[in-house]
Design a protein around this ligand. Structure first.
Ligand code: CDP
Ligand code: MG
Length: 146
């Protein structure tokens, strides 16, 4: 089992698409093992997206991600990282394949509804950015019996 961090971005909440997007995630076989709604501060958004510091879109990205609340969630599934990237689709919705979340719901390369970790290393870092280990609910059969 692999874990990845998903963010339902401020445009997703503003458009009231949380239910639709979570439904797509569950239908694709992911278990949601932690979730919280929060309004990122500029300091938090800058730290989370520090890999993009210096890029032309960075200031606009920080403004977008702090403009309203978002939902952060941890998804669990075999191959969760690459499978969730595939479910999201290309960063630019104009290039995202039909059937992907971004093709269906995103408007521009910035206002693209969802975030997903892009590597094992970043998934670990991003999950720990928002959640402690004790907040992640185990979904193994042994845990379900308890
Ligand atoms: O989210 P993803 O990993 O697909 O793309 P990224 O290259 O890591 O960029 C992070 C985020 O920055 C994107 O999801 C967009 O919200 C934003 N972005 C932007 O505003 N303008 C761009 N030209 C590229 C990305
Ligand atoms: Mg990225």
């Amino acid at each position: 089992m692999e874990r990845t961090l998903a963010i339902l971005k401020p445009d997703c909440l503003q458009k009231k698409l949380v239910g639709a997007v979570l439904s797509r995630i569950e239908q694709a076989g992911f278990s949601i093992i932690a979730a919280r709604i929060l309004h990122l501060t500029p300091t938090q958004a800058e730290a989370f997206y520090s890999v993009h510091l210096g890029k032309p879109f960075y200031p606009g990205l920080i403004e977008f991600m702090t403009q309203g609340p978002c939902m952060v969630a941890v998804l669990e599934k075999d191959n969760a990282i690459s499978d969730y990237r595939a479910l999201m689709g290309n960063t630019d919705p104009a290039l995202a394949a039909p059937g992907t979340i971004r093709h269906e719901y995103a408007t521009t390369i910035r206002y693209n509804i969802v975030h997903g970790s892009d590597s094992h290393e970043n998934a670990g870092r991003e999950i720990a950015f928002f959640f402690s280990e004790s907040e992640l609910c185990l979904t193994s059969p042994a845990a379900a019996k308890k």
